[in-house]
Design a protein around this ligand. Structure first.
Ligand code: F8G
Length: 251
């Protein structure tokens, strides 16, 4: 089966971000992250603990936005904070901006005293990045998102965490940034964003052109793997038969 789409590639790349986590609470924010996490649970990491995003731990793996029929536990927001502090959690958040040092902004655009756009506020981002493995999903990779310096730091990157002292840096773990073009991490020099792989059909030059800071790109950047036949069947027949993923990545 080779007729995969870019959205399928993104889903399996997100699944790979969770494959080595073992038995940990996966908190995907948004559609493609939810799809990728469910794909990981059905393939590479069956021990992942998933919820309905509201208050229930799920025993099964339902399609996107379907109510799970097998409930395993009770996880209202107040209990999410206990898990955040305990640390056995990997969250994938959105990002309105990400900078060269892996800081993320979902709070506001422009001067904080008088922003040009007020967004969500920082929500769980500061606590997540101090306590939990944190990844980001960016559906439209562009210089508007990948900026030299974020306007507001919501999610803290490794350099700022280290500057704040050992308590802030101890569990800071910015794991992957998956976009519609590439997979990145913060393993570049001085904890900067580095290109890990480019999606099939995308060149390193494409990613560099769509990134608003100097991107660390190793000499031989591999291609993100293609989704397997098993993954494509799971995505198309079971998890997302209505093709909701194409609303985020329309190819
Ligand atoms: C821009 C840009 C840009 C957009 N540069 N301008 C303009 C310049 C755009 C539009 C306008 C709006 C643990 C935990 C929690 C909880 C737990 C604790 C979390 C309890 C849960 C609840 C809580 C955080 C979860 C996410 C975010 C997911 C997204 C969104 C978005 C933006 C944030 C990226 N670069 N971009 N503009 N949440 N959401 O032209 O102008 O700005 O643009 O972990 O919460 O509290 O804690 O979406 O904005 O992870 O990813 O998509 O806000 O809809 O419409 O794009 O058109 O109005 O002129 P958006 P958007 P205009 S974890």
């Amino acid at each position: 089966m080779s007729d995969w789409t870019r959205a399928d590639v993104c889903a399996s790349a997100i699944a790979d971000a969770f494959k080595d986590d073992g038995e940990i609470f996966a908190s995907p924010m948004g559609l493609l992250p939810m799809l990728g996490v469910r794909l990981a649970k059905l393939t590479s990491n069956p021990d992942l603990v998933i919820s309905d995003g509201e208050s229930l731990f799920l025993a099964g793996v339902p399609p996107l936005f379907a109510k799970g029929d097998v409930v395993e536990g009770w996880i209202p927001f107040r209990k999410v904070f206990d898990v955040v502090a305990y640390g056995k959690r990997h969250v994938m958040m959105g990002a309105t901006q990400v900078d060269r040092h892996g800081n993320q902004n979902i709070s506001a655009i422009g001067d904080f005293a008088q922003p040009t756009r007020q967004l969500l506020g920082s929500r769980g981002a500061p606590g997540n990045t101090v306590n939990n493995r944190t990844s980001y999903w960016v559906p439209k990779h562009s210089p508007r998102v990948f900026v030299e310096q974020v306007d507001v730091v919501s999610g803290v990157g490794p350099r700022r965490a280290k500057a704040a002292g050992p308590a802030a840096a101890r569990f800071n773990d910015i794991h992957r940034i998956v976009s519609n073009l590439a997979v990145l991490d913060v393993g570049g020099p001085d904890d900067t964003v580095r290109l890990v792989s480019v999606h099939p059909g995308v060149t390193v030059d494409d990613v560099v052109a769509q990134t608003g800071f100097t991107l660390d790109a190793p000499a031989d950047v591999p291609t993100t793997r293609e989704p397997t036949t098993e993954e494509l069947v799971l995505i198309r027949e079971m998890l997302d038969p209505k093709g909701l993923r194409f609303k985020e990545v329309p190819q």
